[in-house]
Ligand binder design. Structure first.
Ligand code: DX5
Ligand code: ZN
Length: 215
């Protein structure tokens, strides 16, 4: 399984150092949580952070847009160096158009489902996707508790992907730690996102990643 670390949980006083430690610890991707205070209650960071991440490390940059009108900001993120972009299914009536826009700009396209959104909401989009991201907490904040009721949905989307015969990654985001990672893996995830379990791990980043991998 690939591990993607959510950078909003890291210590921004030592941003560069923590990114380098993340890469050395064997983290596969960087997960950039973009929040606008409207689609979700919290406000975080925008595209200007991405070139700094790319200067500090070689990890692929996976952007999770939790914003209204994501279609207005795709180019800013691809220009900044995003490798993949996840947009929510809930806030965009022309979601297919935005997916095409992401791909046209040379980026991988992913769709995200909030906890209350059924798996079936994305069946027609599956052939156009590079990745599906299932939220296992309500988006907006790191450090929340994993919602185990999301596991059947993860399994269902795994089946959709396998039945499609396409190479689509299944990613799970929110509350993934050493106690919950096994159930997520068993349900069929290819990629997990972790913030707290890595950057707030008492013994440090490397120990946090090792704890996830050894679980
Ligand atoms: C929640 C974000 C997540 C979150 C992950 O809105 O999309 O990426 O910050 O943090 P943890 O692992 O602490 O749940
Ligand atoms: Zn996220």
């Amino acid at each position: 399984m690939l591990i993607s670390s959510s950078i909003i949980s890291l210590n921004f006083l030592t941003f560069e150092q923590e990114l380098k430690l993340s890469e050395q610890a064997g983290i596969d991707w960087l997960h950039i949580d973009v929040m606008d205070g409207r689609f979700v209650p919290n406000i975080t960071i925008g595209p200007m952070f991405i070139p700094f991440c790319k200067k500090a490390t070689n990890m692929p940059i996976d952007v999770h847009l939790m914003i209204e009108h994501p279609e207005d900001h795709i180019e800013a993120f691809t220009n900044a160096g995003a490798d993949s972009i996840s947009i929510h299914i809930e806030n965009n009536s022309h979601v297919m158009n935005t997916i095409q826009q992401i791909k046209k700009l040379g980026c991988k396209a992913s769709i995200v489902l909030n906890p209350g959104t059924p798996a079936e909401a994305i069946t027609e989009l599956i052939p156009f996707l590079d990745m599906v991201l299932v939220m296992s907490v309500n988006p907006g904040f790191s450090g929340q508790k994993f919602i185990p009721e999301m596991l059947p949905k993860i399994r269902k989307i795994r089946r959709f992907i396998d039945d499609s015969g396409n190479k689509i990654l299944l990613q799970v985001d929110g509350g993934v730690n050493k106690d919950t990672i096994n159930s997520v893996k068993e349900a069929g995830a290819d990629v997990i996102v972790a913030g707290t379990a890595i950057y707030k791990y008492p013994e440090g980043i490397k120990a946090g990643v090792d704890a996830l991998r050894n679980s």
